[in-house]
Design a protein around this ligand. Structure first.
Ligand code: SIN
Ligand code: MN
Length: 200
């Protein structure tokens, strides 16, 4: 693996995963998952999203950006739960807190095209992600969209860090393998992506 890319399989055990899901259900009751649309075309994404933290990542006809409120409720995003902050402190090797935690929910058939996380002001901080529920086929490339790519399976409880020279690598989700986990009672996959947005 190229430097800065860290896959930590089984970082959270089953009990810890269940605790995370309970905390997320509480947060999502306040900041419901919604269906974002692509800039310009307005085409809906297949992934449903919400956010936690002081800033949330949104996509709409106007573009991609971070904002402090939920686009449908107008309310501030709920706080990032303690056990999620704890994983950042443990693995990020970055001295400031994350500001955004994007919550992605993939049902059967949902995917996420190849992209870079580049809407942040500070690329010195890594992107830290947590996978819960069904296993996903994660695709990772290089710094150019046309570059060679490879795939990695992300299973429930896994943590992935994209930092250092890997911070701006292209990545996406090819598909989610339905029925590979019993964690979420309605199936599918939740992914949490922690990011520092502003320069400290
Ligand atoms: C993302 O790149 O926004 C999410 C990746 C994932 O779902 O693992
Ligand atoms: Mn991403």
């Amino acid at each position: 693996m190229t430097s800065g890319l860290k896959h930590l399989p089984g970082y959270f055990d089953r009990a810890a995963q269940e605790e995370l899901v309970a905390l997320l259900r509480e947060a999502l009751a306040k900041a419901p998952l919604y269906t974002p649309v692509m800039p310009k075309s307005g085409r809906p994404l297949t992934v449903r999203m919400s956010n936690l933290g002081s800033l949330g990542w949104v996509s709409d006809r106007g573009g991609y950006r971070y904002q402090p409120t939920h686009p449908e409720t107008g309310q501030p995003w709920p706080a990032i739960p303690g056990p999620v902050m704890a994983v950042w402190r443990k693995v990020a090797q970055y001295p400031h807190e994350p500001e955004a935690c994007l919550v992605n929910y993939y049902r059967e058939g949902a995917k996420l095209g190849l992209h870079r996380d580049e809407d942040e002001e500070d690329f010195a901080a890594p992107v830290v992600s947590v996978s819960l529920g069904d296993t996903a086929i994660f695709r990772i490339g290089g710094l150019e969209r046309q570059g060679k790519t490879e795939t990695l399976k992300l299973s429930s409880g896994d943590v992935l860090v994209l930092g250092g020279p890997s911070r701006l690598r292209y990545h996406g989700i090819d598909r989610v393998l339905s029925g590979t986990s019993t964690l979420l009672k309605d199936g599918g996959r939740l992914n949490l992506t922690l990011r520092r947005v502003t320069k400290p």
